[in-house]
Ligand binder design. Structure first.
Ligand code: ADP
Ligand code: ZN
Length: 764
């Protein structure tokens, strides 16, 4: 441990004076499984030489003095309250698990997200790090150095195709790899590897995790490209901040295929030259095998943190990172907590993606955590996207972040031509049945005849249906919220999920008075059947959460698509992510409106992002590509802008709407969910709570407002009834203070839970 790490909270200066220390030393302790507030303990003489902030300790709590595990978060000479203090019983960790900067980060998270400090401490430390019982034996495999001689010998052993695949991988991996990883990579059981061992072609090694396991890398090393002018300019901005030792937020706005990843990689290479580490966050890493492979191919000391890691592997990575043996960390949102000793750069790829937000407490957004961390450690933060979140764009507009644009694709490849197909016209065409219009059908036929591949997107989240006029395309909206109404079948009502506005389900369209409103509900399964019926000879693969449950199934599906064993890939938004397949020459969006009418103020933004992202999946090779977007709303600004690949036009149109309704990025927003087994009790708690919070808010800020409470769009989950309300207030601190005070005043009945979501993304 470096001496600097003993320096606790730097803002508190030296934690104790020499004289004071002889008198008294107090440890402030947070208990994850105890009360939310920190407790002070006297550090007894024998423990003084060893105690550090960031260690776990045992301390007596409550009347019975039950010893409980807590985190020592601060050492001080002055107790918070002047009363007799109990003594710490024991120190658990010989070295701190948390550096002072991670302690500051978690304290900030607990204040910002209104979540107990103990819970955020548990969140940033992997379970295996806390339990340490993960130190178990692993079986590693490596090539027998004499294998070549055995194969070339007089009696060469028989080698099956599976076994050959195993040998091929081992040839490229001089460092031993884990048996389980190897079997997963070759898509086989351990049996073929065991029989290779019997043939003496491979050797098994038993090791305790922690001794060094090779990261499986199957490709060739790749080299940096010569950057184009725009890429170079972005790289320069990042360098300048690094050289100055300053924080800068760099928004890398580049259309799909513009070479953002190349900029990331060269910025990382520069970071390594400073002997510092880089963290790159990617959304749902299991969905982006290509990105992962590119980092593995470029850099040597890479840790890939994905959700399928076993505890032992996670611990092993964590310890290597903490020791500074890893220079590049690639992972999903929680990789932002990687314990790098000398952080030099953080990158969020596809920074607009919703998976960067955690959906259980603490409900943190990795972008905001990254911002706090990079500011505190004075290093740059790069936010890359073809479709930046409006919050990010707004920060660039106001000068809080530096905007770097990559407006063209590399090698001057054109962006694909996007055409919309007007479903209102098609609806009147009685010859046309099903989800695929005639125009799309013909385009698919041409593409398949040309040996091109097709991607079809249908983003169907089928929990409820919306009310849409098949003639004019109008969807019924709430008069107070500018949001789509949701059809509730049982009570036959159209309801706004924000303010609880209700009306009887209309019989006719409120705009053109057409009789025969539609409650649409087409899912990917139905689409798959239709595609198979239309294109009998085509090889079709459906990808959605139902078909992709098993770990590794994404990678498998992508591989077979890449090998062109699949002609038509259809699925939900998971197919819209960073795929790069040159042979995809047609992308079809079955219904661009599915996200447009969700009860969410981000509906237009989500639609724009989805259409733009999926359109980016084509035109990546020399064969060009085109995109057909089926929609009832060809004139909707989000769809018009997406068809023109025009992010700025979308943002210019959408930001004033956000401003008008005081939504983010203008005013902070919080969402409260009250859930419980009794509908009436949960509702009563929600009403009381919102009344208390409202009173606090209004007293200080008459403009603030509460929307709701109302039944949540998903009104019941696992037998718990859910009510929610949103709180809009221009003042961050007041918003939090009111919620804190409101919750403190509530006597919350057994079984009822009140959840706080700051900057919510999920409105369901
Ligand atoms: P993005 O991340 O913006 O989608 P990528 O970084 O994946 O774009 O770049 C798209 C393709 O162009 C990749 O195959 C990449 O290797 C290549 N590429 C990137 N930068 C350059 C460059 N300066 N010159 C030539 N090819 C490049
Ligand atoms: Zn409303």
């Amino acid at each position: 441990m470096s001496p600097g790490q003993q320096n606790l909270f730097s803002d508190a200066g030296q934690p104790w004076e020499e004289d004071d220390r002889r008198d008294r030393l107090i440890a402030r302790v947070v208990f994850p499984e105890g009360p939310p507030e920190p407790y002070d303990y006297e550090v007894p003489e024998p423990l003084r030489p060893e105690i550090r902030a960031g260690q776990r300790v045992l301390a007596p709590l409550g009347r019975g003095d039950r010893p409980l595990v807590g985190y020592c978060v601060e050492l001080t000479t002055k107790p918070e309250l002047q009363r007799r203090l109990k003594c710490l019983s024991q120190i658990i960790d010989s070295t701190p698990l948390l550096t002072p900067s991670m302690l500051r980060l978690t304290r900030w998270m607990s204040e910002y997200y209104l979540c107990p400090w103990g819970d955020t401490l548990q969140t940033v430390l992997p379970a295996a790090v806390r339990s340490k019982q993960a130190l178990r034996e692993l079986t590693l495999v490596t090539m027998n150095p004499h294998a070549a001689r055995i194969i070339a010998g007089a009696k060469p052993p028989k080698i099956t195709a599976k076994q050959q695949a195993v040998l091929d991988i081992l040839k490229n991996n001089p460092i031993p790899v884990s048996l389980a990883d190897l079997a997963a990579q070759c898509d086989c059981s351990p049996a073929p590897i065991q029989s290779l061992r019997e043939k003496k072609l491979v050797v098994f090694i038993k090791r305790f995790v922690g001794e060094g396991v090779g990261v499986l890398h199957t490709g060739e090393r790749d080299r940096p490209w010569e950057l184009n002018v725009d890429q170079q300019r972005a790289l320069d901005v990042i360098h300048r901040a690094q050289q100055a030792g300053e924080h800068a937020t760099v928004v890398l706005h580049g259309v799909t295929g513009s070479g953002k990843t190349e900029v990331y990689m060269q910025a990382i290479a520069e970071t390594l030259r400073f002997k510092r580490q880089a963290i790159i966050l990617v959304p749902e890493i299991s969905l982006t095998p290509q990105t992962r492979e590119r980092f593995l191919a470029r850099f040597e000391h890479v840790a890939v943190l994905h959700s399928h890691l076993r505890d032992a592997e996670r611990l092993w990575h964590w310890e290597r990172i903490a020791r500074g043996e890893v220079s590049v960390i690639v992972g999903a949102r929680s990789a932002i907590f990687a314990p790098c000793p000398q952080l030099g750069l953080v990158i969020l790829d596809e920074e607009h993606e919703g998976s960067f937000k955690q959906d259980k407490a603490p409900r943190y957004h990795a972008r905001d955590v990254a911002l706090f961390r990079t500011r505190a450690e004075s290093v740059p933060l790069v936010l890359g996207s073809a479709t930046p979140a409006l919050e990010t764009w707004h920060r660039a507009l106001t000068g809080e972040a530096v905007l770097c644009g990559l407006p063209t694709r590399v090698s001057d490849r054109p962006l694909p031509l996007v055409k919309t197909i007007d479903l209102r016209v098609e609806a009147q065409n009685k010859m046309n049945s099903g989800a695929i219009t005639r125009t799309l059908h013909i385009a698919m036929r041409e593409t398949l005849a040309d040996r091109g591949q097709v991607i079809l997107l249908l983003n169907r989240r089928g929990y409820s249906t919306h009310i849409q006029c098949p003639q004019c395309g109008h969807a019924e909206h709430c008069p107070h919220c500018d949001l789509a109404l949701t059809h509730h079948r049982q009570k036959d009502l159209a309801i706004c999920h924000y303010c609880d506005y209700q009306t009887k389900t209309p019989a006719t369209c409120s705009k053109c008075h057409f009789v025969g409103l539609k409650f649409t509900g087409l899912g990917t399964q139905k689409l798959e059947a239709e595609v198979k019926a239309r294109f009998r000879d085509a090889r079709v693969l459906r990808m959605d959460t139902d078909t992709m449950k098993a770990p590794g199934s994404y990678a498998e599906a992508f591989d077979s698509f890449r090998r062109q064993e699949i002609d038509i890939l259809l699925g939900t938004q998971m197919i819209a992510k960073g795929l790069d397949f040159p042979n995809v020459t047609l992308v079809g969006v079955i219904n661009a409106d599915t996200a447009l009418h969700l009860p969410d103020y981000r509906a237009a933004e989500r639609t724009f992002q989805l259409v733009t992202q999926v359109a980016g999946r084509t035109g990546r090779g020399d064969r060009g590509g085109r995109v057909l977007v089926q929609t009832f709303n060809p004139d909707h600004p989000a769809i018009v802008a997406a068809a023109k690949h025009d992010y700025a036009a979308f943002a210019d149109g959408e930001l004033p709407v956000r401003s008008l309704f005081h939504y983010p990025p203008y005013w902070p927003l919080a969402r409260m969910i009250v859930r419980g087994p009794s509908e009436t009790i949960a509702l009563a708690v929600a009403q009381n709570l919102s009344k208390e919070i409202d009173a606090k808010l209004k007293a200080a800020q008459p403009n603030s407002r509460i929307l709701g409470p109302a039944a949540a769009p998903i009104a019941k989950i696992r037998d718990l009834f859910r009510f929610h309300f949103q709180i809009q207030c221009p003042d961050q601190d007041l918003l939090r203070e009111s919620i804190r005070a409101g919750l403190a005043l509530q006597k919350i009945p057994d079984g009822v839970q009140c959840l706080v979501d700051i900057d919510p993304l999920d409105m369901l």
